[in-house]
Design a protein around this ligand. Sequence first.
Ligand code: APR
Length: 234
Amino acid sequence: MADRPALVILTGAGISAESGVPTFRGGGGLWEGHRIEDVATPGAFARDPERVLRFYDARRRQLAGVEPNAAHRALARLEAAWDGPFLLITQNVDHLHEQAGSRKLLHMHGELLRARCSRCGWSDRWTGDLAGVACPACGRLPALRPDVVWFEEIPIGLDRIEAALEACGLFAAIGTSGQVWPAAGFVELARRAGAHTIELNLEPSEGSDRFAERRLGPASRIVPAWVEELLVAG
Ligand code: APR
């Protein structure tokens, strides 16, 4: 199956919802119970590091035991079968894509199962709590932070993402509300490159009308169906 178009996929919290990881917006979303400016900005960490670390410690504990669902597994299958350029960009800080087998993966908002020292730059995989823990490299406290991208910080890999979008022939956004930039603007860059654009989401997202095609429903149902279609069409 040669000559596949270059495929770029963007995922958001909705793809992990059926694995039991809460989304951010909407009823019961994380931002309903917490103010972003209290827990997810550099200023919040400077003012009250313990509070920020406790918020992320709770998120990390929630990840214990969660498993990839049929949507994550379908994207790993797609990557393995795709005979053409492929990039999976996730806004999610969970590890469910890699657990499902995805390898051409970019965590543009970082990873919750990694820690980084805000003082000396040390970073490594981290599965325990961070509140009250000194940096293993420089010994300072508070200094460790989750290796995630906060509001007001620059997402990871933007140059690589932009290059992939400029060359892309097919762009899909899955399980994202389209409210956070720059990810919300990726569809526009893909369109300008001449790509076919498709949204797969439980409900139409904020920027739904920017997509050429839309499939609505739970990710665990609509993503495997879309993947099968793509693979059969090849
Ligand atoms: N299947 C498909 N889509 C779903 C499902 C599901 N089972 N459940 C929820 N959704 C959809 C919602 O309808 C919503 O449009 O997923 C989307 C989730 O939106 P958000 O909670 O806003 O998550 P996301 O778009 O990933 O947020 C982007 O915002 O707070 C920041 O850094 C955080 O990476 C995050 C970024």
